[in-house]
Ligand binder design. Sequence first.
Ligand code: NAD
Length: 416
Amino acid sequence: MQMEELYESALRKFRKAAVIMNLDPNVQKILEHPKRQLIVEFPVIMDNGSVEIFTGYRVQHNVTLGPAKGGIRYHKDVNLDEVKTLAFWMSFKCAVMGLPYGGAKGGVKLDPSKYSIKEIERISRRYFSEISVIVGPDRDIPAPDVNTNSDIMAWYMDTYSMHAGYSVLEVVTGKPIGLGGSEGRTEATGRGVAKVAELALQKRNQKISGSKFAIEGFGNVGQYSALILSKEKNAKIVALSDSKGGIYNPNGFDIDDVINYKKTHGTLSDYPNAKSISNDEMKTLEVDVFIPAALENSITDETAKKMKGQIIVEGANGPVTDTADEILKQRDILVVPDILANAGGVTVSYFEWVQDLQSFFWKKEQVNGTLEEMMEKSFNEIWDIKERYSTDMRTAAYILATQRIAFGIEKRGIYP
Ligand code: NAD
């Protein structure tokens, strides 16, 4: 799928909900257009003394319910359409969880593996300085996404604070613990994924203990989903993959050992006692749950026709194309949509922001317990709507989120 089509594909999923809920066409119009789209081109000095120009983006989709919130991605394929789409999804994700936020997303087009740590630091600081014209703790609060981490969040926070003249911890989330970060943030998306996987299995009268999982993508979301599923829920992770390919063992993996192997070897390939498989083969394995936790559009029509798992939990944003979504629905494969399934990250980001604003920090148990409660509440709300309208979980999630944003639009009087 061309990137230009990603936003259109996202709109098609939203429009299904708009029709079912009989949404006011004027509210629909507002939600189909992002509020602000910023493109920045900025110079950075490389280690060899030359100057390179980078392109970065920050899009704020809708801020009806509060300041904008969303991660920043570093990837060679980042472009405005992708960032716009990710920002669109963030508005609905925050509303699904009942957070007082609108949606945003950012990105810098670059292949991080080609730059030194010092170069990444200079790129990060310059990019954040450029987008500071629209971000801020009460306006737009960034966070990590693909290829960005807590070190980069600390540089962003420092850059913003240098301009402000004092430390503004609450301008970004996903920071290191000890510098305004929250307990439980790093693993929050994986924890939320594991929780909704358990709830989805219950709906299909299956227990999570002993259930078989395949996980595509072995970064923040993939690794923590695998760890929590295997260690806390006793599930069996039989297949794992990263951008270079996958591994399969029907008896299940020791995830700590796989993480250590990946740290040492930089890849999962040749992991001992496992069969090498491609990312495509992985999607056709006989498993109970498949978790896409890499990038968009990983499940196309072709894959959707061949998949054998009965449940898909979308750890990644937008991993299922809109036409594949229809095929999965016809095949009665239950899809737990991204705007719920991976909302654990933004939910604990919200807890981090609240803790920074109050300068009062929570224990890990409080973070994890509150997160799991909120995931379960939203899951059940979506399930009720799904049953009421005889629709799929994604459409039900859009209905729930849209009801909340539309309420805000109406009460604020943006649209009378
Ligand atoms: P990450 O950079 O930590 O990891 C990405 C992983 O995907 C890596 O293991 C990479 O090798 C793998 N990958 C890339 N292309 C692949 C391909 N074609 N096939 C298989 N694997 C591939 O990123 P992340 O933070 O884990 O994010 C993953 C997804 O989850 C993204 O869609 C992101 O937007 C979404 N997400 C992340 C968070 C978060 O808190 N980090 C929150 C919500 C949603």
